[in-house]
Ligand binder design. Structure first.
Ligand code: LMR
Length: 344
């Protein structure tokens, strides 16, 4: 035994020693990766979803492109799956400068600026293009500019997609089928109102705890995009899925403002242009991924899938009309009137 260990040790050691001897006089070509973190620009980017989701993939693509284009001078370190900070922690960490970048779901910004809930209104947008159009409009720009006093700057919007509903009590076709179901939501008053108004019980739960809460039967169902549902395997705990496309889930790509302002103008430009390119790519893959996943779960027959007809959707929209009144009464009509569906 001892001999085997010694043999293995020697076998590994000799080549290593040889390499060390051979390379000890070699001068490394200069590149920025040789610099310490203090001498380079390091951007810590924390998010809560899996790697194989639109946000997870866009974060990695952004990191790769930035590394290549800055020749290693800017390093984007991506921490996925809430491994560094959870939903409820990442905003504080960003504002304090412990990390430099996050891309939280817009619903999770409503605690700072409640009007961000415009993006949560049920059936507010008929397509992702309409979301992007609104985000780019004077109303959308006015809304994101309100992040600055919180030491935040938004440099883009990424899609997760449109939300679908799953549960393990009954198929949901009519909105009345939601009655008395306990549904997990993201923290947003409008989402809460949406479910309360149809007799369901909304429960705010952090994304990284949804699986265990479903597993322990503390909630009956949840709403999310297909890429989020399947990447965290929520569907394995649920019997019924309704393809309702009833609300948008997307992210603002946020930087710590003080950090952003401290960057040299050419580095800001490099980052900004790369983000623009990644954003276009992200929008495309988000749509493709959700469509492919729907195909896969249809094929696997692992969950009972229901589709809302055009008439069902009209009924759901009417049932949710009071939520629009709630929004107008609470925050005024400006943002609602600026939604593309009302300004056509
Ligand atoms: C959720 O909490 O369901 C989502 O915000 C997760 C995410 O970041 O997509």
């Amino acid at each position: 035994m001892k001999h085997t260990l010694l043999f293995c040790f020697t076998l590994f050691l000799i080549p290593l020693t040889l390499v060390a001897c051979q390379t000890s006089n070699v001068k490394y070509p200069y590149d920025y990766e040789q610099l310490s973190e203090d001498e380079r620009i390091v951007i810590r980017f924390s998010h809560v979803v899996g790697e194989d989701t639109p946000k997870g993939r866009a974060a990695r693509k952004f990191a790769e492109l930035v590394k290549e284009r800055s020749e290693g001078f800017i390093e984007v370190q991506v921490f996925s799956n809430g491994s560094l900070y959870k939903d409820s922690e990442e905003m504080k960490a960003l504002q304090n400068g412990d990390i430099q970048m996050i891309a939280p779901a817009i619903s999770k910004l409503t605690f700072l600026i409640p009007e961000f809930a415009i993006y949560d209104l049920p059936y507010a947008f008929r397509s992702s293009d309409e979301v992007h159009e609104f985000a780019d409009s004077p109303a959308g720009q006015k809304l994101t500019s309100r992040l600055q006093p919180f030491n935040l700057i938004s440099l883009g919007i990424w899609d997760s997609g449109f939300k679908q509903l799953s549960n393990n009590v009954r198929p949901i076709l009519h909105y009345r089928n939601l009655q008395e179901l306990r549904i997990r939501i993201m923290p947003s008053d409008i989402l809460s109102e949406q479910y309360a108004s149809v007799g369901a019980t909304p429960k705010r739960i952090e994304f990284n705890n949804v699986f265990s809460e479903l597993e322990q039967n503390n909630v009956d169902g949840q709403e999310n995009t297909l890429s989020n549902i399947t990447s965290k395997n929520f569907h394995s705990l649920q019997d019924y899925l309704t393809v309702s496309n009833h609300g948008y889930l997307g992210y603002f790509v946020l930087f710590n403002l003080e950090f952003w302002n401290s960057l040299p103008a050419d580095m800001q430009l490099l980052l900004f242009e790369t983000l623009q390119e990644v954003q276009q790519w992200e929008w495309t893959i988000a749509e493709q991924m959700n469509a492919n996943i729907l195909q896969q779960i249809e094929n696997c027959q692992c969950i009972d899938i229901h589709y809302l007809s055009a008439t069902d959707i009209e009924e759901w929209q009417q049932a949710f009309e009071p939520i629009y009144n709630y929004f107008r009464n609470t925050y005024g009509s400006y943002y609602v009137n600026a939604l593309p569906r009302f300004s056509d």
